[in-house]
Write a protein of this length. Structure first.
Length: 340
């Protein structure tokens, strides 16, 4: 329908299906191609065992997560949120993560890349303060990652595994130092890997599954989400309870800022597009930073989560999105008042 431009404007408009067809999919297709083919080098050749063992105690104390989730965060940070999420989905399917752990990582550690963060900052007109903008996002993301796993709905997810039992062991034996055991586990994992030909064959199968099983879901959910944002007042209604909070936080133009933030659930770039018309630079700074820290957006990350075996439904995703938004607003607004 979008390609042939046949059907309702809700679907085929440049601002709905056009965004997915012309802007998002041309990025996702090559991104998934290289991500799927290179993913085994992140997950199956010892890197996760090495980093997981080194960071196990820290991640358990801070985030209630295994140390190997550091690789998921790195994949998102240096690559893209969808790459980190693909790592999480694969690790959950192999029973290295429980349902609770996978849900936390998918909705908390699928951080946005530095490059996209700069694009948002430039679009919304705060790139002159990009260093403070990015440091604020990093601080907010860290605090949210500490809080979110400890409160519902994520804290209520069961510690059950996809195959019925855990395949994870990050405990360090008494006669090894943490570093020695990390190297030992990484080398053992690398030595047990199949030949590269088998890895390539498995990756090719996964790639076709992504292209024919996942891309259509991203198309459908992303287009519907953008359609709701563009052609219906749904997101304005959802934003109504947020306006008094923004006014209480002394954010200028609160009535304009609230709908912009809620539209981030449809697509991460929408708040920047809507928010760039706001006159107050402080408000634009808050809207832009909040859109990055919300993480969950249905045009990509949300669609990936719904398609995965991680059992999160759309209502849970929206609840997590709103909780992250509220936590982010308090932190970002505090910083913004100091800057402006």
């Amino acid at each position: 329908m979008i390609f042939l431009q046949v059907g309702p404007e809700f679907i085929i408009s440049r601002n709905t299906g056009g965004v997915i067809f012309e802007d998002l999919i041309p990025i996702l297709i090559p991104l998934f191609f290289f991500a799927i083919l290179l993913l085994p080098f992140l997950t199956d050749f010892g890197l996760m065992e090495f980093l997981g063992t080194l960071s196990s105690k820290l991640f358990v104390k801070l985030f209630n997560l295994p140390g190997r989730s550091a690789v998921d965060a790195m994949s998102s940070w240096f690559g893209a949120a969808s790459i980190g999420l693909l790592v999480t989905m694969q690790q959950y399917d192999k029973s290295y993560y429980s349902q609770r752990e996978a849900a936390i990582i998918a909705t908390t550690f699928s951080v946005t890349s530095i490059a996209f963060t700069y694009v948002v900052a430039k679009t919304i007109g705060v790139d002159n303060n990009f260093v403070y903008f990015y440091l604020t996002i990093a601080l907010t993301g860290f605090i949210a990652a500490v809080i979110m796993p400890r409160i519902p709905p994520l804290s209520l997810k069961p510690d059950t595994y996809h195959s019925g039992k855990s395949m994870l062991d990050e405990e360090t034996p008494a006669h090894y130092s943490t570093y020695q055991w990390a190297v030992n586990r990484a080398v053992t994992r690398a030595q047990s890997m199949p030949k590269l030909g088998q890895v390539f064959k498995s990756s090719t199968k996964n790639l076709f599954d992504i292209y024919f099983g996942l891309i259509p879901v991203v198309f459908a959910i992303g287009t519907i989400g953008l359609g709701l944002a563009e052609y219906t007042p749904v997101f304005n209604w959802l934003a109504t309870p947020l306006v008094p909070l923004l006014e209480w936080l002394q954010i200028p133009e609160a009535a304009e800022a609230a709908p912009a933030m809620i539209r981030g659930f449809a697509d991460m770039y929408l708040p920047a597009l809507v928010g760039k018309s706001i006159e107050s630079e402080m408000t634009r700074f808050i809207v832009g930073a909040a859109s990055i820290t919300q993480i969950i957006y249905m045009s990509e990350v949300g669609a990936l989560i719904l398609k995965s075996n991680i059992k999160l439904n759309i209502l849970e995703l929206f609840g997590i999105f709103m909780l992250r938004t509220l936590i982010s607003l308090v932190i970002i607004t505090s910083v913004a008042h100091l800057l402006y």
